[in-house]
Ligand binder design. Structure first.
Ligand SMILES: [Zn+2]
Length: 477
């Protein structure tokens, strides 16, 4: 199967690949949508961030039908293989077709969410389709915190039902996505000048993974394992003084490694045997869910600056007590996390300690509750706490007329039942629910894999099939 640009959605996608459109660099692609709207004599608004909403009147006979929003984001995640030369601010995405899949040559493809953008343009351009009045929202900065969507104004929209073209996959529509918030805890410690033997405690080999999709898989958190080991030294009367901690990098990833430097006058064998004991316990606990964990202690050079014994003890106790991982599961949707806290990173250097958390839940009250727990911990242990990047949840709705219609249409068209999915990740659906409480949403997207990685690829057969289903759905709205 080829990437056939005689099909309008393939042509629009191929045009889009020529225009660099990483997050925060969407002006050109936003202007491209505006030029398209002008060319097709469609009413549009473009805001100062680059969000564009294009309006298309109902087709003949659909004038009395309720309008519907179609929605996709213009920005893409820019990732490439180390050996590939590619400047995402200038270079077009180079593609190839392998076994019926469209993929980029060593970079992300941007099928997330170029497919949704192309579908909307193909629908807007086609005067033979049947549909109610359409409000097509092309948003910016989705991948960096849904900030484009959050800037949309209520008055842009009349519709109270929406088809999101960014999540789910072939034959699966999503029914809920999480909201989230980032929390940062900070504290400064006095570094004493002393001379003591240095040690490196290294936690590595963990599976990690996305903190939305993998938080319920009982994987270990490297930061928590480090805290647990450090506490055991103290518990077994081995005095240690912290020098530095570096665990985890990305807010949306479960930390896979943590490196702690500390100073101690304890006997090395004592420290080693405690480390080994903790490692054995951990191996047993995670044998099924995270089987390659390493915990190693190595001697290093003498340290000359370190935290006091007392403050070290306080910080270690704090790290042991800080909550992390899955907090609650949905009882309606099996396997779906309801609330989670990812202790994403700890960085201690030169006496300055910074801890990053990402909290997720489909219920706003859970986000508040988890944030409160951290606030209490911060108060007890003397941390300053800041809360940022809050984005709203799309809560599950048992009664969804739009989902019912979609299920009927899907079954009629394909002979198979539409599946429903649920995600613990954040999407723009939540932003639209926050804007209009009564918003009824389904999602419709073709099968693609490896989003946000250079392995991203789009199934071309699914790209065709999903377009047919999408236009079939519009005809029945
Ligand atoms: Zn996306």
């Amino acid at each position: 199967m080829e990437f056939d640009i005689s099909k309008p959605y393939c042509r629009y996608f191929s045009e889009m690949l020529q225009i660099p459109h990483g997050s925060f660099h969407e002006q050109a692609v936003s202007d491209w949508v505006v030029a398209f709207a002008k060319e097709h004599k469609l009413r549009y608004v473009q805001d100062e961030m680059g969000n564009v909403v294009v309006y298309k009147p109902a087709s003949e006979g659909y004038e009395k039908h309720e309008p519907v929003i179609l929605q996709a984001h213009l920005d893409m995640v820019c990732e490439k293989l180390a050996e590939v030369e590619h400047d995402f601010t200038v270079d077009p995405i180079q593609t190839e077709v392998v076994d019926g899949w469209l993929q980029a040559k060593g970079t992300t493809l941007g099928a997330d969410d170029g497919t949704g953008v192309s579908y909307m343009m193909a629908i807007l351009a086609d005067s033979n389709l049947k549909h109610p009045a359409l409000e097509c929202a092309f948003t910016v900065q989705e991948e960096t915190g849904l900030t484009g969507a959050m800037n949309l104004k209520k008055e842009y929209f009349q519709a109270r039902r929406m088809i999101n073209l960014d999540c789910g996959a072939d034959g699966t529509t999503m029914t809920t996505t999480a909201g989230g918030v980032a929390v940062t805890l900070q504290e400064n410690y006095i570094m004493e000048a002393e001379k003591k033997q240095g040690y490196t405690l290294r936690i590595s080999g963990l599976l990690g993974g996305h903190s939305g999709g993998n938080i319920n898989k009982e994987r270990a958190n490297a930061n928590k394992l480090a805290a647990r080991t450090l506490w055991r030294y103290l518990k077994e009367q081995q005095a240690v003084q912290l020098v530095s901690i570096h665990g985890g990098n990305k807010e949306n990833a479960i930390p896979r490694d943590c490196v702690v430097v500390f100073a101690s006058e304890a006997q090395e064998e004592q420290l080693q045997s405690i480390t080994q004991a903790v490692w054995k316990e951990v191996q047993r606990e995670y044998a099924d869910s995270d089987p390659s964990i390493q915990i190693e202690l190595t001697k290093m050079e003498t340290q000359t600056k370190m935290m006091t014994l007392e403050e070290t003890r306080s910080l270690i106790q704090c790290l042991v007590l800080l909550p992390s991982g899955l907090q609650a599961s949905s009882m309606v949707i099996p396997g779906l996390p309801m609330a989670s806290m990812n202790l994403a990173s700890i960085h201690l250097e030169g006496g300055e300690c910074v801890i990053h958390y990402s909290l997720r839940s489909a219920l706003e009250s859970w986000l508040d509750q988890m944030s409160d727990r951290l606030e209490c911990a911060a108060e007890v242990f003397g941390f300053r706490m800041t809360v940022s990047n809050r984005y709203p949840a799309w809560a599950y709705r048992a009664d969804s007329p739009l989902r019912e219609t979609f299920a009927k249409v899907y079954e009629t068209m394909t002979g198979t039942a539409l599946k429903t999915g649920a995600s613990h990740g954040g999407t723009e659906c939540g932003v639209f629910c926050q804007m209009f409480e009564e918003m009824d949403i389904v999602t419709c997207a073709p099968q693609a894999e490896g989003a946000h990685t250079p392995q991203e690829r789009l199934n071309l057969e699914a790209f065709d099939r999903t377009y047919t289903i999408l236009t079939g759905l519009l005809e029945n709205l």
